[in-house]
Design a protein around this ligand. Sequence first.
Ligand code: BMA
Length: 343
Amino acid sequence: MSATPLVEPIAAATAISRYSANPVLQASDIPYDASLIFNAGVAKYQGQYVMLFRNDACPGNEAGWIDWREGRREHPPRFETSMGFATSKDGIKWDVAAKPCWKIADDEVLRVYDPRITILEGVAYVCFAMDTKHGVRGGVARTEDFSRFDILSLSTPDNRNMVLFPEKVGGKYMRLERPFPVYSRGRDRFDLWSGASPDLRYWGDHELVLGVEHVPFANDKIGPGAPPVRTSRGWLTTFHSVWRDPAINLRGWEKTWHKRYDAGIMLLDLENPSRVIGMFKEPLLTPVTPYERNGFRNDVIFPGGMILEDSGEVKIYYGAADTVEALATAHVDDLVALCTEAR
Ligand code: BMA
């Protein structure tokens, strides 16, 4: 496979459609300092759609950021990362809260980012990544109002991209996660794992779910995407996958960038979600549109929200080019068919 395929696999292109007015959220929609709006978690909660999004901004230095983007300045200004909150009646048009809802920066923690939302037993949980001075940690928090976040657990470094299942399985809470063991594997070779917990605080029973070598369109690393949704055939879930080619500089506003991020899709066993029962062997979404191909990091699709509607429509929300948030829709039966039909 070449580094930057410009066409979607036919089976995926017929199953899934991008929302025609993408992106659904971008910096110009935000009523406070915002430069890059991406990698959102989305869920349906208490009668509306809720979204937590990542905002990388340069408060007080918007001019520096524009100068850097347009090549008049060698190094980017310092980004500050926060999470913002938005609500929607239809999952398409979003009302953004007046202020960021979550930001941690102290002597140890550099930032929290890449939220995923799961509604479990009627309670809203947020999984997130936390950069610290001693490594990257993955966390699980509970929130009642999306303005206060009660951290229930934090992994040891390095781990991130956690997603909680929306139900207990076999009496335990379950999550997918992506440790990144640099020392033992010598280079990026990162896989997708599961973990189980009696109480969302203590996590164990870790199992390898999907190795990077099992994904034909990944040569670098893979990781969980949006929290899984239950279907009659299995847990349907997206993952992100990375194809790296150092010989090809994809540029972007960040000047050195060699990786393409695609979205993949798979089905996990309902009783044992650590077992893959089907996977589409090609990307579900690969960067083809201008908003996916051009931005801070070119050619990035990073799914973080997936909603199964009563009609069978599936909404998939994804960060595009680490710059904006986009939406694609499909029918659940078509996504299941991609995972189960041999191609
Ligand atoms: C990953 C994470 C994501 C980001 C992606 C592409 O490693 O840092 O937040 O979207 O890279 O840059």
